[in-house]
Design a protein around this ligand. Sequence first.
Ligand SMILES: [Zn+2]
Length: 287
Amino acid sequence: MSMNENNPLRQFFRRPAVHISLPSGGESYGPEDIEWPDEGKELPVYPMTAIDEITTKTPDALFNGSAITEIIKSCIPAIKNPWALLSTDLDTILISIKAAGGQETIDVESKCEKCGEEGTYGINLQVLLQSLKAGDFHIPMKLNGLEIYFAPLNYKEMNNSALAQFDIQAKYKDLTKIIDDKERMDQGQQALIDITELTMVVLSNAITKIVTPEGDVTENEHILDFLKHADTKTYESIRDFNSDLRENSTIKPLTIVCTAGADDPEKEECGHEYKQPFTLNASDFFA
Ligand SMILES: [Zn+2]
């Protein structure tokens, strides 16, 4: 029996404040990733503890992703392996942890496309949660006699890709300061090659299977090799197909109604309504 279970104060510990179901439906997780409650497919979400709050302010841990995995394990104990979480579920999980803490909105900065005024808009977390759905990854892309199957990346793959992107940015951060024209062009070309190679690696991780007339290919190494040796048009259409799938499972663009001039009787109220894309970045979501 753990110490918790002996403690008479146990009943006064934090309690789940929110219950969520995952947009992906959860079929792809093993018991080592998520322990589903007996009652069904809804996961209880607890508010953050004081320790969790400190974790959200630890730069190194935020940078390498370990802060987010610790917070998820603390607030949603049913999730045993946060690294396995699919990108389609991660947004729901992060937003629900904020909602469990009693927070109702998050602030989004936006610049009106009509009057140019910048404003801060509170976006309702419940509305965000309800707008999230998983894209349909069951339908393959058909191309040149092949059927290409995709899956959302998991948090480990997303985090690795973010770290690799950061490395490339750091490597070429002084690019524009190179005085010699040829040297600067050469380095610029190399930066583009590095970025394209990284994109190919990430894309190969997102492809689960390629069905050919001779049989199925699932080896990541062979899929990456295929992307590297495909012609540009083929590569780009595979890349764009995957982007579209991912776009269907991210948060829909927010509808913003410009409030410029609303509280100033001297000015005319703008009131322009426009859409702004919203992407949730795990590493600074709790900052
Ligand atoms: Zn405006």
